[in-house]
Design a protein around this ligand. Structure first.
Ligand code: APR
Length: 237
């Protein structure tokens, strides 16, 4: 892999698991304790916004109690040192990639530390709580219409054109810590491969898409990701 190669990396909840944040589909995961229909759809928001707010308030509050792990830090190191194009696309809504120092980063499913205005569509930093009317008003249009800036099931992920452009020119696509259960992210490996990219999966367990990758390595992200980054940087030097 030479230094001018373009890299696209996709991360999922598994990269934050060793920081102490729950994944979604593990036996003790978020979707074991909550129904998607109750907390992660536009209908849930219309039907019982308070329940949605409480769910995301709890996940937002957790961020203060966790730290980036060695996998987040390794990706930030790669981001800082890779001279070619690099885009880190995360499905995660936590801020651990930012806190580790990643810069060329994109949250395709939104962010816990952001609020979205249902009236004017503005997004703004948000670190507090929304339940019990605590969310406050939109700083752009002053409407009392803030919601979690999370892409719910049935809604369009953010910046898909930018992601698809990056995948179409990638030389290497790496998927880390995701089950490959949710599209469009689960289809990125095929899009990258169709344009000639090499594809690598780093995951604790086989995923729904493992067979689609040129190579799939199984193990914890805090072991696999630093090793992969060190090898890549050494090879490129
Ligand atoms: N290291 C590496 N991978 C891990 C680790 C770990 N320590 N722990 C768990 N994993 C892997 C699991 O094997 C699993 O394949 O992370 C993956 C987590 O899968 P999910 O819980 O389905 O999370 P994710 O793939 O990010 O979900 C995608 O679904 O619910 C929606 O919007 C939500 O962004 C989320 C999307």
């Amino acid at each position: 892999m030479n230094r001018l190669c373009n890299i696209v990396i996709l991360t999922g909840a598994g990269i934050s698991a060793e920081s102490g944040l729950a994944t979604f589909r593990a036996d003790d995961g978020l979707w074991a304790g909550h129904r998607v229909e109750d907390v992660c759809t536009p209908d849930a928001l219309s039907r019982d916004a308070e329940r949605v707010f409480v769910f995301y308030d709890g996940r937002r509050a957790e961020l203060a109690r966790v730290e980036p792990n060695a996998a987040h830090r390794a990706l930030a190191r790669l981001d800082a040192r890779w001279p070619g194009e690099l885009l880190l696309v995360t499905q995660n809504v936590d801020d651990l990639h930012e806190r580790a120092g990643a810069r060329r980063l994109l949250h395709m499913h939104g962010e816990l530390l952001s609020a979205l205005c249902r009236a004017c569509g503005a997004r703004e930093p948000f670190a507090g709580a929304m339940a019990a009317g605590a969310g406050g008003r939109c700083s752009v249009c002053d409407a009392d219409a803030l919601r979690p800036d999370i892409v719910f099931f049935g809604e369009m992920p953010y910046q898909m054109e930018r992601i698809e452009r990056a995948l179409s020119t990638a030389d290497l696509f790496v998927s880390i810590g995701t089950s490959g259960a949710v599209y469009p992210a689960a289809g990125f490996v095929q899009l990258a491969a169709a344009h000639g990219a090499q594809t690598l999966e780093l995951n604790l367990d086989p995923s729904a898409g493992s067979r689609l990758f040129d190579q799939s390595r199984l193990g914890p992200a805090t072991r696999l990701v630093p090793q992969w980054v060190d090898d890549l940087l050494e090879e490129a030097d």
